[in-house]
Design a protein around this ligand. Structure first.
Ligand code: S3P
Length: 162
């Protein structure tokens, strides 16, 4: 069974995923990276050319491919926008929700042009998106992890709970 990390943009899913991947000696599958490699397109271009719904479908397909492969999966923050992806995540007991204050995340993400759902958005806009998504993360994840702490501490807590 794969270990899956979910949570809002900028929370550190890939960073923590790398630590878990090293610890367990399992490959890290970063869904965003996988999509960029398979489509040969950067994420903002996928959004621009084909729309967000198409990107959500690519995420779902990638999740479906990797969920049973016994890897560490780092997801994109919006993967829970897809009901199909949510159903897969709900069925995986090793899905961890990394939680961090939106004020901290805002400064990390709102100038990042590689993140079309964050780039140029105001704090209030991102707070609204965060509140909406929190409901979904909460619905699918069995384990909630406080990610307002150093990455080693966060990774250790996950390891201890497995
Ligand atoms: C998105 C989050 C991104 C990436 C895409 C859309 C979102 O991943 O999948 O830009 O809608 O929250 P990160 O969570 O790694 O930034």
């Amino acid at each position: 069974m794969s270990i899956v990390l979910v949570g809002f943009m900028g929370v550190g899913k890939t960073t923590i995923g790398n630590l878990l991947s090293e610890h367990y000696d399992k490959p890290l599958v970063d869904i965003d990276t996988y999509i960029v490699e398979t489509t040969q397109l950067p994420i903002p271009q996928i959004f621009e050319k084909y729309g967000e719904a198409y990107f959500r479908d690519l995420e779902y397909q990638a999740l479906q491919k990797w969920i049973d492969k016994d890897v560490v999966i780092s997801t994109g923050g919006g993967i829970i926008e897809s009901e199909l992806s949510k159903d897969i995540l709900k069925g995986n007991v090793n899905t961890f929700w990394l939680k961090c204050d939106i004020e901290i995340l805002f400064n990390r993400i709102n100038h990042d042009h590689n993140r079309p759902n964050a780039s140029g958005r105001s704090l209030n806009e991102l707070k609204a998106l965060y509140s909406k998504r929190e409901l979904s993360y909460n619905e699918i994840a069995f384990k909630h992890i406080d990610a307002n702490r150093p990455k080693e501490v966060v990774a250790s807590e996950i390891i201890e709970s497995l």
